[in-house]
Design a protein around this ligand. Structure first.
Ligand code: NAP
Length: 534
């Protein structure tokens, strides 16, 4: 990279947020450079190539809406696209909108620093080069820095170890092997059924049981696709105003407690059969009323017991420590059924934790050995702030982002932080982010940033900065909204609880994608209140 290069905007990350941001800014006439650490585009769908990786939102919804031609032309093979199909979609979009010429792959941002007169960002990459830019847009994703568990002696293990988000491109030999999976979040629950079909023996190391619902994926029905495409605009409009960012909202707009036990059971059964997230969308108060939530949690626990034949294993798989949906709900294709296989064992780490690794596998605290050839770490991410801190962001007066956010992330509308002018984080902390359909969140945030930059340009302004007051108020509001829900009662990555030492702060806006959009629209209509555009 040429040392002298200067851009109007640098976008970091070629996931779906970064790709669309590049397109929007370029359409506005800005010079843009997109820098991506991976050797391909697609962000989370580039990196997460583990067996079974698939989206759990319907693809007709989990896709861009910004181009009517694109959404009409593209055909999804399955209702819930596989990782490979999503990766192809990202590549198609890059090609279709001729974006590759402004994307640099295989380059990692290692520093992003305000220059001496506080007018530009200077972006350093791991090849030793620097570029300058007016605007810095971090499209680094909420879930991109892997969480690697600290297992004593792991270097001694003679087998193969892979984190799911760093899965190699070349096939990993699993046939007939003794495989261990640590982690039973959304990723582990997708990996387990697929690996069980290949492995000689699979041991699932579970620390905390999670709720999972059957996704019921199937090939795309051409008639369904045709009728959806006919009414695409209506679907998108409904998604934008909805809480979850897709047109499939709450199934019954009344309380789970307002109907008889028999009627409730009938509704849950119907939702279970419908698949996807239907069970937690069955009534309108499952995320706000503990007693209502208990009815859904109890329904799913009974389902687990009815599927898993060994009662002890079934009970170990039943979550008892958090309301259903307060950790990201998992969606599976035969997860619970997998524990009926002869070649699958569940190890409950709450009873017998991992003591360490040795050359032949893992040993538990009780002394029990588990011999393994392959160890799969489905142990999640240092979410939201991890990738931003890793970029070495230093704002005005030499203040590091890591220091500014030491007590927890603070971003006005989830995208801008005082002391870090002209830096925007897409779907960052304090935005709905993954609590809603990622594409709906991404497009809303990108459009907001693009309009804000346009507003600054129209006023001849070069500097956009969130005020400390607006930021404080937003952080308070995000916390207050989360406190009206049951979310804070679970130890989830939403609160940073999965990473030792991280402050416990609810990082996402739980008021819904529609409410968030309306709030952002109000801010824009009020001349971008809360921002100083100078
Ligand atoms: P996760 O939800 O954070 O789950 C990580 C799992 O690893 C948990 O079971 C955790 O146990 C366990 N774990 C972590 N450190 C451990 C240790 N030292 N020892 C033993 N167990 C350990 O991560 P994820 O499953 O990768 O999912 C993260 C997010 O990615 C999801 O919430 C979702 O937003 C997204 N995702 C989406 C899809 C999809 O759309 N289909 C698929 C995959 C992921 P504890 O619970 O006890 O901490």
């Amino acid at each position: 990279m040429d040392e002298e290069e200067r851009f109007d905007a640098v976008v970091v990350g070629a996931g779906f947020a970064g790709i669309y941001m590049l397109h929007r800014l370029r359409e506005m006439g800005l010079s843009v450079r997109l820098i991506e650490a991976g050797d391909g585009v697609g962000g989370t769908w580039h990196w997460n190539r583990y067996p079974g990786a698939r989206v759990d939102i319907e693809s007709l919804s989990y896709s861009y809406s910004f181009s009517s031609e694109l959404q009409q032309e593209w055909s999804w093979k399955e209702n819930f696209a596989s990782r490979d199909e999503l990766k192809s979609y990202a590549e198609h979009v890059v090609e279709r909108f001729d974006l590759a010429r402004d994307i640099r792959l295989g380059l990692r941002v290692v520093s992003a620093v305000r220059d001496d007169d506080d007018s530009d960002w200077v972006i350093g990459t791991d090849d030793g080069a620097q570029v300058r830019t007016t605007y810095l847009v971090c499209a680094t994703g909420s879930l991109s820095t892997s969480n690697l568990p600290d297992i004593p002696g792991i270097d001694e293990f003679r087998g193969v170890v892979h984190h799911t988000a760093r899965w190699p491109d070349e096939p990993v030999e699993l046939s007939g092997k003794r495989v261990g999976v640590i982690g039973t979040g959304s990723t582990g629950i997708q990996v387990v059924p697929v690996v069980a079909r290949q492995a000689g023996h699979l041991t699932v190391f579970q620390r905390t049981a999670n709720f999972s619902l059957p996704i019921r994926n199937s090939p795309m029905d051409p008639e369904h696709e045709r009728s959806w495409k006919e009414r695409y605009d209506e679907h998108r409009a409904a998604a934008r105003q909805s809480s979850g960012g897709s047109s499939s909202g709450i199934l019954h707009d009344f309380s789970a407690l307002s109907v008889s036990a028999e009627e409730r059971e009938r509704i849950y059964e119907e939702a279970w059969e419908l698949g996807g997230s239907s069970v937690i969308r069955a009534f309108n108060d499952l995320m706000t009323n503990q007693a209502a939530n208990d009815t859904a949690a109890d329904f799913v626990r009974r389902k687990i017991h009815s599927i898993v034949r060994d009662p002890e294993t079934a009970e170990a798989l039943c979550p008892r420590d958090h309301p259903i949906g307060t950790k990201r709900i998992c969606m599976d294709s035969g997860y619970y059924e997998t524990f009926n296989r002869d070649n699958v064992t569940l190890v409950d780490l709450k009873r017998d934790p991992i003591a360490g690794a040795e050359p032949d596998g893992l040993r538990l605290a009780s002394g029990a050995p588990h011999e393994l050839d392959v160890l799969i770490l489905a142990t999640g991410f240092d979410a939201v702030t991890g990738p931003l801190f890793a970029m070495g962001v230093v704002g005005t007066d030499g203040r590091e982002l890591r220091e500014a956010w030491a007590e927890g992330p603070r971003a006005y509308l989830g995208l801008a932080t005082s002391g870090f002018p002209n830096m925007f984080v897409l779907t960052g902390p304090g935005s709905p982010s993954v609590l809603a359909n990622g594409f709906t969140s991404i497009e809303q945030h990108v459009d907001f940033v693009a309009a804000l930059v346009e507003h600054a340009r129209a006023h001849g302004a070069q500097r956009i900065e969130a005020t400390a007051e607006a930021e404080d108020e937003w952080v308070r509001h995000v916390d207050e909204v989360a406190s009206r829900t049951l979310y804070k009662s679970a130890n989830s990555w939403y609160l940073g609880s999965n990473i030792p030492g991280r402050p416990r702060v609810f990082m996402l806006y739980a008021g819904g994608a529609g409410a968030f959009r309306r709030r952002c629209d109000e801010v824009a209509a009020n001349g971008y209140a809360g921002f100083v555009v100078a």
